[in-house]
Design a protein. Structure first.
Length: 548
């Protein structure tokens, strides 16, 4: 089989599965044949600067469109560089199809240069890793089925026109909840008066059904980072975030039933689950972690299960706006964290100012780091597609490439990339990609010249001191201008308001270099993740009868 024929087969399979875009960094030869086949099929190729950002772009695009999305890289260093972005797709459950050039089976006996066992390299971070060679149709179709299964995830195809395609095995049928399990779930629901609902990544495809189910209930609803927006901030049920940390503790301690819908424990901090209420889990795939004890687990088609349980949904003792009361109390604590009066910019001010000025429907992509905590709490959303974050892997260098994927998935919509100076340094070249594609992206840099979250976590002894966490000062506004973006800088709250407004009104990409004061991060971390005060319980204030 020729490289052109194999390329055409892979492109056809991707297109037949709904794919329309491939991101990547080519290395010549077979890579270019595949790009040609993609474009000949009417799909789009997007050139990135590095392989990990390309894979993150693909994951964000797949996240927002629901379509399997290709990522093309060269052999050797290209495959190795893609690992972080593909691992992110694995833990965030997104259908990315990674296609790597390879030293062919024909050439392998004489070629050692750039020869890696790429399938073995990528097998731990993909749902399936295989060779696409002679007779590629079955292996390509199978890869797409695996990528878009009930638990979506990345797959890998090694491109080898001279090699044999990997054998294809049957895919196990999706599980289905039994009548006995449904009856046990109904019993839990009927006995509950203070249920708390928690939504996770597996709930994303079922937003409409979940909103219908919960519209008549006063049960507070918590959402993981990946589920943020499933219930709009304007809903009285929105109780804020579920992270496995402190903010949700008062509600979960007061609950007499916790209903998890699509929650995957890869989304939560690995702290012990301390709550005594029984747990009902409804999900498309089983939970394999010992993180928490699930009393009843219903695995199957989530929307179908919710439909079967809808008539048994409990009346509650919660006040109608119990969710909002809890969320707003936690937000008040976050607002107050840090210096009371300051001429410098706090991290909270960056998010609040941007949220106030940004158009309705703006999507925020959020990098890992200390700034992530106020960003996720304070960026209010009405819909699911208004926030993207690396949750399971929590990789730095996510926000900027994810913003590119988001802007292409939602043409014309404004995107804000919240990133730290450390995260931006990992993907700086993608500023050129933003400019080249003329995307409506505003990059907002929380610039304090340090790895702030690591600095907060450091112990007094044996931590390397400033050498371990501090960078030299960088003028990101000037750097952005060098890449062709509108570069703006702010050192005071008044300047921040002015430059954010300029950036968001600008017809094109912009970068805001916000010189933030990191001194409030320890208190922010304490509010969001630390232990709350003993005895603080919301149950009396949030239920109709005052029971605790």
């Amino acid at each position: 089989m020729t490289s052109q024929q194999l390329s055409a087969s892979i492109a056809a399979a991707l297109q037949a599965a709904g794919g329309d875009t491939v991101f990547g960094v080519p290395g010549g030869g077979n890579n270019l044949d595949l790009i040609g086949a993609v474009e000949a099929a009417g799909m789009r190729f997007v050139l990135a600067h590095a392989e990990t950002p390309a894979a993150i772009m693909a994951g964000a695009y797949a996240d927002l469109t629901g379509r399997p999305t290709g990522c093309l890289v060269t052999r050797g260093p290209g495959a190795a560089s893609a690992v972080n972005g593909i691992a992110n797709a694995l833990l965030d459950r997104t259908p990315v199809v990674l296609i790597t050039d390879a030293v062919s089976a024909e050439d392998s006996p004489r070629v050692a240069h750039q020869r890696l066992d790429q399938r073995r390299l990528l097998d731990p971070v993909t749902a399936w890793s295989a060779t696409a060679g002679t007779d590629p149709e079955d292996v390509a179709r199978h890869a797409l089925r695996v990528a878009t299964a009930s638990r979506p995830g990345p797959v890998h195809l090694d491109f080898d026109p001279s090699g044999s395609s990997s054998p294809v095995s049957a895919i196990d049928p999706d599980p289905s909840a039994t009548a006995e399990q449904l009856a046990a779930a109904v019993a839990l629901l009927r006995g509950a008066r203070r249920p708390v609902v928690a939504l996770g990544v597996g709930a994303r495809p079922h937003a409409a059904e979940i909103r219908r189910l919960l519209s008549g209930s006063s049960a507070p609803v918590l959402m993981t980072y990946r589920a943020k927006g499933l219930v709009p901030a304007s809903s009285p049920s929105d109780a804020g975030l579920l992270t496995g940390a402190t903010t949700e503790a008062p509600l979960l301690e007061a609950a007499d039933l916790v209903v998890l819908i699509g929650v995957d424990t890869t989304e939560l901090l690995p702290t012990p689950w301390p709550y005594g209420a029984p747990v009902l889990s409804i999900a498309a795939w089983p939970e394999t972690s010992a993180y928490l004890d699930i009393d009843v687990e219903l695995v199957g088609h989530v929307a179908k299960i919710l439909g079967e349980l809808s008539e048994h949904w409990p009346a509650t003792d919660w006040l109608a706006d119990a969710g909002n009361r809890h969320r707003d109390a936690e937000l008040d604590r976050l607002h107050a964290a840090g210096p009371e009066q300051s001429a410098t910019i706090t991290p909270q001010q960056v998010v609040i100012t941007t949220r106030r000025i940004a158009p309705t429907g703006t999507t925020a992509t959020v990098d890992a780091g200390a700034h992530m905590l106020p960003s996720m709490c304070l960026w209010s959303t009405e819909n699911l597609d208004e926030t993207l974050i690396s949750s399971g892997l929590a990789t730095m260098g996510y926000a900027v490439p994810a913003a590119i994927g988001a802007a292409l998935a939602r043409p014309g919509r404004r995107v804000v990339a919240f990133t730290g100076d450390g995260g931006l340094g990992m993907c700086l070249g993608e500023l050129e990609t933003i400019r080249r594609l003329h995307l409506p992206i505003t990059v907002v840099v929380f610039n304090d010249s340090r790895l702030s979250l690591i600095s907060v976590k450091a112990t007094p002894q044996g931590n390397g001191g400033e050498r371990a966490v501090a960078y030299a000062d960088t003028d990101f506004a000037t750097v952005g201008e060098g890449f062709g973006l509108l570069g703006l800088r702010a050192s005071t709250p008044a300047e921040l308001d002015s430059v954010v407004r300029q950036a968001l009104l600008h017809d094109g990409p912009a970068i805001v270099d916000a010189r933030v004061d990191p001194s409030g991060y320890p208190e922010i971390l304490s509010v969001v993740r630390g232990r709350r005060e003993a005895g603080a319980s919301p149950s009396a204030a949030l239920t109709t009868d005052g029971r605790s």
